[in-house]
Design a protein around this ligand. Structure first.
Ligand code: SF4
Length: 312
């Protein structure tokens, strides 16, 4: 068994972590750490800390539970998504360094069981579909499938676990009446959410269905796969949107990083990358309607009636 106090600190969503803090009520220190944990998630900073004493380790584990309680009380998509992404990346950092025993222990928490060794691991199809990324590298057509199992590499297994952690952390039940100390801290946390006054206004029919869907996902603070971001940035650039406004669109994504986004948007503009065709977008798995226009930019040549028929 890989379980122990240090394991629980690294993986605070584990069953062993729950056992370690059973009966511990959130006090001032724990809530302070919990607020810090969510604030770091908002900035995309790592919340991992060097801890020497067992008391500190217990507080650290409890801070994860307290943060979830606060987020469950607030029920704010933006905060919850940012927190889930940051916690899954934190766990991934440890998974990259931990040995197979710890990795398998975490994997079992989410029902991810693999057979085989090294870079030839077999995972059952339903588990793979549940946790694999919506990106071409993970599409079944590019994978080896044998007797209902999918062959994956060790790094892909870690990526499945990372996604499982994200989904688990994001799935926070509503906490209607938490202790007062949690309620007060939750109120303060709300003030940390960036205001979005300059968010672009988008009306139905302004853009092709695939673009509208991505903009809607971003607005709901849902993650967009790499190809979706790329396509969206090239499209918005092509229709003449400024760099600053494009960065604002990405600002709502849970793992938004201003510096990286600015660099990528400016790179796309400088290199004059073209908007992919509908055929390419289909291979990305991002097409969601049969527009029959061949290229997303042709959307702007359609009459309003034709756009209306396609949207139905
Ligand atoms: S047909 Fe083209 S424009 Fe329409 S949803 Fe699909 S990819 Fe987008």
């Amino acid at each position: 068994m890989a379980e122990g106090l240090d394991f629980s600190v690294r993986y605070p969503f584990s069953e062993s972590a729950k056992k370690h803090i059973q009966g511990m009520a959130p006090d001032e220190r724990i809530v302070e750490l919990a607020v810090e944990r969510v604030k770091k998630a908002l900035k995309g900073e790592s919340s991992a800390r060097m801890l020497l004493h067992d008391t500190e380790k217990m507080e650290e584990i409890a801070s994860f539970a307290a943060a979830r309680m606060m987020l469950g009380h607030l029920h704010n998509n933006f905060l919850t998504s940012r927190f889930a992404v940051n916690e899954s990346k934190r766990a991934r950092g440890y998974l990259d360094r931990d040995g197979d025993a710890a990795v398998d222990e975490v994997a079992s928490r989410f029902g991810i069981a693999t057979k085989g060794e090294g870079d030839r691991l077999a995972v059952d199809l339903p588990t793979y579909l549940r946790y694999s990324l919506r990106n071409p590298d993970y599409r079944l057509i590019n994978m080896r499938i044998l007797h209902g199992t999918v062959e994956i590499k060790r790094s892909q297994k870690l990526r499945l676990i990372e996604e499982a952690v994200r989904q688990h952390v994001e799935d926070i039940p509503l906490v209607k009446d938490p202790p007062d100390i949690i309620k007060q801290a939750a109120k303060k946390l709300l003030a940390e959410i960036p205001k979005n006054e300059s968010r672009i206004i988008i009306k139905a029919g302004d853009h092709p269905p695939c673009v509208m869907k991505m903009l809607e996902s971003a607005r709901k603070h849902e993650n967009l796969p790499h190809h979706a971001r790329w396509y969206l940035a090239t499209y918005l650039t092509a229709i003449g949107m400024g760099e600053e406004a494009i960065v604002k669109v990405f600002e709502d994504l849970p793992d938004f990083n201003e510096k990286v986004t600015k660099y990528q948007v400016s790179h796309i503009r400088k290199k004059e990358y073209s908007v992919p065709s509908c055929a390419t977008i289909m291979t990305y798995g991002l097409c969601c309607a049969v527009c029959g226009i061949g290229h997303p930019l042709n959307w702007h040549t359609l009459t309003d009636d034709r756009k209306g028929v396609i949207r139905k």
